[in-house]
Ligand binder design. Structure first.
Ligand code: URA
Length: 205
């Protein structure tokens, strides 16, 4: 039987500070080798809403905080327009290290999608955050987060904006596209409007 890497499992606690500190030493997959640091979730433990993205990007990796780069700024604006108070939301990622490859000149760090193994290795930390925060609403951003929380067969194109009961986590989830996809969309305004509409649908509790 394969043995787990040291520190790959979260401690049995609902204390987010303790979880964050333990996650900083996680060696559950190889992503820690090249990333600057573990980027754990942020927000109040009493949050009624949790947002789950894919993984930290270049800026998040340097800052040690989720969603502080361009995708984060778009997310903040959209949450605000949809009527959420961003300061009351817990924000995290399915994978807590930045996965990237260097460009040909070895300068820029270019995002790489995490593998199934990396997603699975990181899942215990997301589960621990869910157990600690116990949100009423889970907003799932993009395919990686959807895979982690809603299963491999879930398709955002088919089911975006729909409310999905998640008895496993005693919560309701709504999935939508990742804000990076909005930034890359050929018609960015339309993609943004659809993104906000999904968030408004999610909020309609
Ligand atoms: N994209 C994500 O999925 N998460 C971040 O924290 C930043 C960009």
């Amino acid at each position: 039987m394969a043995t787990k890497a040291p520190g790959a499992d979260p401690p049995d606690t609902a204390d987010l500070g303790e979880l964050r500190s333990a996650a900083s030493g996680c060696r559950g997959c190889d992503l820690h080798r090249d990333a600057t640091q573990t980027v754990f979730g942020e927000g109040p433990r009493e949050a009624e809403v949790m947002v789950v993205g894919e993984q930290p990007g270049d800026q998040e990796d340097r800052a040690g905080a989720p969603f502080v780069g361009p995708a984060g700024r778009l997310l903040d604006r959209a949450l605000d327009e949809a009527g959420f108070d961003r300061r009351t939301i817990y924000v995290t990622n399915a994978v807590k290290h930045f996965k990237f490859q260097r460009d040909e000149r070895g300068k820029r760090r270019i995002h790489k999608t995490p593998s199934k193994t990396e997603i699975v290795a990181c899942r215990p930390w997301l589960r621990a955050e869910l157990a600690a925060v116990h949100p009423e609403l889970l907003i799932v951003l993009g395919a990686t987060a959807a895979k982690t929380l809603l299963g491999d067969d879930f398709r955002i194109t088919r089911s975006r904006g729909e409310r999905i009961e998640l008895p496993e986590f005693d919560t309701t989830a709504v999935a939508t596209v990742h804000p990076s996809a909005v930034l890359r969309a050929p018609d960015r305004d339309e993609a943004y409007r659809a993104f906000v509409a999904d968030l408004v649908a999610a909020r309609g509790r």
